[in-house]
Design a protein around this ligand. Structure first.
Ligand code: SF4
Length: 338
């Protein structure tokens, strides 16, 4: 049996030919699976023998929904995968529409010190189907029309880029959910070679880089990945991305009280950005006793913001959705054990 949620449109066409069906049947099946969110073939306008062949050869292996925690701004979903591992994803209820934040790995090995997800040892990468299943499952459960995707849940997506690209191919296909590529954002802690690979791929989505410090020495104290790639290398890759695609790159900066939030840090950050086509997204940290970090006070955040503004840097402040149900950035921490 082939899991339908793991197939791009083109792969489905090929599979249909393999089982003796016309590839054009994909044009009926895909909109039913993604537009109508059907998880059975019954009711499709196809002959009985074709339907029987589809049932014999394709399965719908969506993750099993274990729990949902809801709040006004976000709902957090806990999924059980086929091997018993669990992951989380979040439905974010923005004023402008509904976005899903998906996980890409079971656990994460990047070990960012301020991130609860980083405390979970990476067990494995998620398959294309397991990522697609999170979005389809949330769309079905919530009844919401999903308008955007944030590839920002548990895991470093660049470490699982081939599957992430397959997933994006499914999400953006016009006969499927048809989510615009500009409504998909992938966040990385700065895996430099993969930034180039994504820029040159068929799906160059919006790029967000978790910077969180204006120099390598400070960055190394909170993000072990800084020992692998310097900020100079990351910024060069970011420049390539923005110039090749004529797109602004987002630089994520989480405000950690007394760690990275001084005016001097803001000045150095402005220097690092120079005239690059990028903006800084300031994120209020969701303080947690386990992490040992606290969010900077409001006045300090505003001071940091003002320095960047005065230096002519584009800067926004992200509204934190879901912190009341531990669904905000860095708070996803589903147990990963079988
Ligand atoms: S911030 Fe992202 S890359 Fe870093 S540990 Fe958390 S999930 Fe992994």
């Amino acid at each position: 049996m082939t899991d339908i949620y793991g197939l791009t449109y083109e792969a489905l066409e090929a599979e249909l030919v393999n089982i003796g069906e016309k590839s054009s049947r994909a044009g009926i099946i895909y909109p039913a699976v993604y537009g109508g969110l059907a998880d059975v073939f019954d009711g499709l306008p196809l002959k009985g023998e074709t339907l029987a062949r589809l049932r014999e050869n394709f399965s719908f292996d969506a993750p099993e929904l274990l729990d949902v925690r809801t709040s006004e701004t976000a709902d957090k979903y806990l999924w059980k995968l086929n091997d018993g591992c669990t992951v989380e994803s979040v439905l974010m209820k923005h004023e402008f529409g509904y976005n899903v934040c998906v996980s890409t790995q079971v656990g994460c090995n990047m070990g960012c010190k301020f991130c609860l997800s980083g405390r979970l040892r990476r067990r494995r990468d998620l398959t294309v189907s397991e990522m697609t299943g999170q979005v389809v499952g949330i769309a079905k459960h919530s009844g919401c029309r999903i308008g955007g995707i944030s590839v920002m849940g548990i895991g470093e997506p660049m470490e699982n880029l081939a599957n992430v690209l397959g997933f994006i191919g499914i999400m953006t296909h016009p006969k499927g959910l048809a989510i615009g590529i500009k409504h998909i954002t992938l966040s990385t802690c700065g895996i430099v070679p993969k930034i180039y690979e994504l820029a040159d791929s068929a799906y160059p989505v919006n790029l967000a880089i978790s910077l969180h410090a204006p120099d390598d020495a400070l960055r190394e104290t909170i993000m072990p990945v800084a020992k692998r790639y310097t900020l100079a290398e990351i910024m060069e890759a970011a420049r390539y991305y923005s110039e090749k695609l004529n797109r602004r790159v987002t630089l994520e900066y989480v405000m950690l009280d007394g760690v990275n939030d001084s005016d001097e840090c803001a000045e150095r950050l402005a220097e690092l950005i120079g005239g690059m086509n990028a903006y800084v997204n300031i994120i209020r940290y969701n303080s947690s006793p386990e992490s040992g970090f606290k969010c900077s006070p409001h006045e300090r955040i505003m001071g940091f913001y003002d320095v960047l503004k005065k230096r002519g840097v584009g800067v926004t402040m992200r509204r934190s959705l879901g912190d009341d149900i531990s669904a905000a950035c860095g708070q996803l921490s589903a147990g990963t054990e079988k």
